[in-house]
Ligand binder design. Structure first.
Ligand code: UDP
Length: 344
C-alpha cells in the first residue's frame, strides 16, 4: 500500500478548465499539489485556469497526453474530461462513446506508457438509472443495481468497468466518484458553471428570478413523493472538489478499484428548492406545473456512508441556501457575463 504526498507533486486534471475541474484545481493547489490542466477547451475556458499549468489537448490524442504526463512528471490523474448532457447523448451516442469511452481508453494507455498508476474518475449517479431509485426506496448505496437510462449513463458505467479491468491487469489503483446533483459555484465567486442556457433546476430558477430566462416549468407534481415533485441530492461543487483531493490522498492498493457515491444523503424536492430560492433571492421565481420530463427518476438520493469511511470525507458546503446563494452571486458576476457560453 502506498500513499501519495502533495509537496508540489504534479497532478493532471483532464477537463480541468470546466465547471468542476476549475474548482478542483483550486482545492488541489490549496492542499499543496501542483495542478496540470489538460483540456481541449471545447466546453472549458482558458480563463477558468487560475490554478496550475495549462496544456491544451484532447484526451483522445494519446501522444499529447503522454507528452504532458512526461513533461510535468505527473504522479496521478483526475479524469474529469467528457461529455455530460443526458439529452444530447440520446441524439448522438457516437460522440459520447468516442469522448467518454474511447477517450478514457486513450488516457489509460498513455498512463500505462508513462508508469502513472493512480487515477480518480469523475463518474455519475447516472450509472444507477431510473430503476435504482423509487418513491419507496431509501437512499441507495454503491452496490445498488446498475441500469443506466441513457447513453451518457452507459458510457460512465463502461468507463468504470474499463478502469477496473485496467487496475487489475496492470496494478494501477483508481477511485470513481459518482456525483449526485452537482450544483452551486465557488464561495468566493472565482469559478462556476459558464453555460448560459443551463437546463438544470437551480440555474434556471435563478435566471427566472433575475428576469433573464423563461419562467420555468416544474416537471411533474404527481410523483409518489411527499409533495408530488422529484427529489434529488444536491451537492455543492466545493464539496465535490474536496472529494477529489481526498481520493487522491487515500492509500492506494495496487490492482484496487473502488466506486464511491458523492452526495449528502439528504433529498430535496423541487418545491423545497423553490422555497429556498424565494428565501435567498427575496422573490419567488415564476413557474408553472407541467408534465413529467421523460427519464426523470422520482427520487435520487445517495447513501453516502461509504465515502465517509473510505476517505473521511463529509459534505461541508452543501446546504441548499449555500448552493443557491453562490450560484446567484456567480450568475450576476462580471466574470460570468464575460465567460458565459452562448446557447448551443
Ligand atoms: N426540473 C424542473 N424544471 C426544470 C429543470 C429541472 O422541474 O426546468 C426538475 C427535474 O425534473 C428534476 C430536478 O428538477 O426533478 C433536478 O433536475 P436537474 O436537471 O437540475 O438535474 P437532474 O436530476 O436531471 O440531473
Amino acid at each position: 500500500m502506498s500513499k501519495l504526498a502533495p509537496a508540489g507533486a504534479a497532478v493532471m486534471l483532464t477537463g480541468g478548465a470546466g465547471y468542476i475541474g476549475a474548482q478542483t484545481a483550486r482545492a488541489l493547489e490549496m492542499a499543496g499539489w501542483r495542478p496540470v490542466i489538460f483540456d481541449n477547451l471545447s466546453f472549458g475556458r482558458r480563463e477558468m485556469v487560475r490554478w496550475g499549468e495549462f496544456v491544451q489537448g484532447d484526451v483522445r490524442d494519446v501522444d499529447a497526453v503522454r507528452e504532458a504526463l512526461k513533461r510535468y512528471e505527473v504522479v496521478a490523474v483526475l479524469h474529469l474530461a467528457g461529455l455530460k448532457s443526458v439529452g444530447l447523448s440520446v441524439a448522438r451516442p457516437d460522440l459520447y462513446y468516442d469522448h467518454n469511452v474511447a477517450g478514457t481508453g486513450s488516457l489509460l494507455s498513455a498512463m500505462r506508457d508513462c508508469c502513472v498508476n493512480r487515477l480518480v474518475l469523475s463518474s455519475s449517479a447516472a450509472v444507477y438509472g431510473v430503476s435504482a431509485g423509487g418513491a419507496a426506496d431509501g437512499p441507495f448505496d454503491e452496490d445498488a443495481p446498475k441500469s443506466p437510462s441513457s447513453p451518457y449513463g452507459h458510457t460512465k458505467l463502461a468507463t468504470e468497468w474499463m478502469i477496473s479491468a485496467h487496475c487489475q491487469a496492470f496494478g494501477a489503483s483508481a477511485i470513481a466518484l459518482r456525483f449526485f446533483n452537482a450544483a452551486g459555484a465557488d464561495a468566493d465567486g472565482l469559478t462556476g458553471d459558464i453555460r448560459r442556457d443551463n437546463t438544470h433546476l437551480i440555474p434556471r430558477l435563478i435566471d427566472a428570478a433575475l428576469g433573464q430566462g423563461e419562467p420555468i416549468t416544474l416537471f411533474g407534481d404527481d410523483y409518489d413523493t411527499p409533495d408530488g415533485s422529484c427529489i434529488r441530492d444536491y451537492i455543492h461543487i466545493g464539496d465535490l472538489a474536496r472529494a477529489h483531493v481526498a481520493a487522491l490522498s487515500a492509500p492506494a492498493i495496487p490492482g484496487a478499484f473502488e466506486a464511491l457515491n458523492v452526495g449528502t444523503g439528504v433529498g430535496h424536492s423541487v418545491f423545497d428548492v423553490i422555497d429556498v430560492a424565494e428565501r435567498v433571492l427575496g422573490r419567488r421565481p415564476d413557474f408553472t406545473i407541467g408534465p413529467r420530463r421523460p427519464g426523470d427518476p422520482p427520487r435520487l438520493v445517495a447513501d453516502a456512508s461509504r465515502i465517509r469511511g473510505a476517505l473521511g470525507w463529509a459534505p461541508k458546503e452543501s446546504t441548499l441556501d449555500m448552493i443557491v446563494e453562490t450560484e446567484f452571486n456567480w450568475r450576476r458576476s462580471e466574470m460570468f457575463r464575460r465567460l458565459a457560453l452562448p446557447p448551443r
